[in-house]
Design a binder for this molecule. Structure first.
Ligand code: SF4
Length: 336
């Protein structure tokens, strides 16, 4: 598909947290580009930094967490950088966010009609009452909701989980944002509803040209929806590329490990989990974050590992794989 101009640019983003025990690095050197009409998947295990990345983009970091380096631009304008956070200006208007739990987006005390109207009143004051009413009905229709009036007159608890998540997406997109951030927003849904939400996002992006960042631990789901995938581990993007390339020829051993643990990709061998867990990365940490769990680790992996390849298609690994996702074992004599 034709993509661009660029909506979101994340450059060398580093986010740190000050804790009583140590200073932690939550996101390190993250680069990401999202074009108009493009769906970028951010995939990784729980605790890999993907949700911190999203919260940084919308300025919702905890008080002990700060941007230490890099910047985030929306439509070419810097909104997040060290000592600068203009994300409140764009949150809700130019950037819509959908969280895992619709309860975080919906107020249990108010009917859906009131909540949608409030969002429009805050971010689209140019609309008349009639225009706002038409927009609310249209956005629910776009979400595949047939009984628009019933939903508008309902409180969140009167709707099913799937319907609540559709309404949460409607709240995120009713202002016609340039960018939507979906943070594990299908995780709490059953498989059928997950597929419906994925289809809904696909149609939304195709019809409106909005850019979408789809954050998930579910590689299978990401592969179904995303044009490109960025794999995160230990706060770093360790591999990125077009979805087909990442799935068919993963270069990072962690990506290969993720694939080996998904039944659909492991038909030629046994399902293999990745032993161990994500490291706690302090500011003193050096070397590859995956080394303790990697069958290809060598002495060279003890130094900081740089990015190989182009922006948006490359890998952070000293001994990248050469194409077979099931060969994530020790390196050979040539270092492959
Ligand atoms: S080969 Fe080295 S750099 Fe690559 S993932 Fe394994 S430990 Fe990290």
């Amino acid at each position: 598909m034709t993509v661009s101009p660029t909506v979101l640019e994340v450059d060398r983003l580093r986010v740190e947290a000050e804790t009583a025990a140590a200073d932690l690095v939550l996101v390190d050197g993250a680069d990401l580009r999202v074009g108009r009409g493009e769906i970028v998947g951010v995939v990784g295990e729980s605790g890999c930094g993907k949700s911190t990345l999203v919260r940084t983009l919308i300025g919702m970091l905890e008080s002990n967490v700060e941007v230490a380096d890099g910047e985030v631009r929306l439509g070419g304008e810097t909104v997040v950088a060290p000592g600068r956070d203009a994300s409140a200006k764009v949150r809700g208007s130019r950037v819509g966010t959908v969280f895992q739990d619709a309860a975080r987006s919906l107020d249990p005390l108010f009917k859906i009609r009131y909540q949608l109207r409030e969002v429009l009143a805050r971010h689209r004051p140019d609309l008349t009452g009639a225009q706002a009413a038409a927009k609310m009905a249209a956005v629910l229709g776009r979400m595949g909701i047939a009984e628009v009036e019933r939903v508008l007159d309902s409180h969140p608890h009167q709707l099913s989980g799937g319907l609540r998540q559709r309404v949460a997406i409607a709240l995120a997109v009713v202002t016609d944002p340039e960018l939507v951030l979906a943070d594990e927003c299908t995780t709490a849904l059953d498989v059928t509803t997950q597929a419906e939400v994925v289809s809904l996002f696909r149609d939304l992006v195709r019809d409106t040209g909005v850019g979408l960042v789809f954050v998930t631990h579910d590689l299978l789901l990401a592969s179904d929806l995303c044009d490109t995938i960025a794999v995160m581990y230990g706060g770093q993007i360790v591999e990125a590329g077009p979805t087909a390339r990442v799935l068919e020829a993963p270069r990072h051993p962690f990506t290969a490990g993720l694939l080996a643990s998904v039944p659909s990709w492991s038909t030629e061998g046994p399902l293999v989990g990745i032993p161990g867990s994500t490291p706690r990365v302090t500011t003193e940490f050096r070397g590859c974050r995956f080394a303790d769990r990697c069958g290809r680790a060598s002495a060279a992996c003890a130094d900081d590992v740089g990015w190989t390849g182009g922006r948006g298609d490359g890998v952070r690994c000293v001994h990248p794989l050469q194409g077979d996702p099931l060969l994530a074992g020790p390196i050979d004599k040539e270092g492959h």
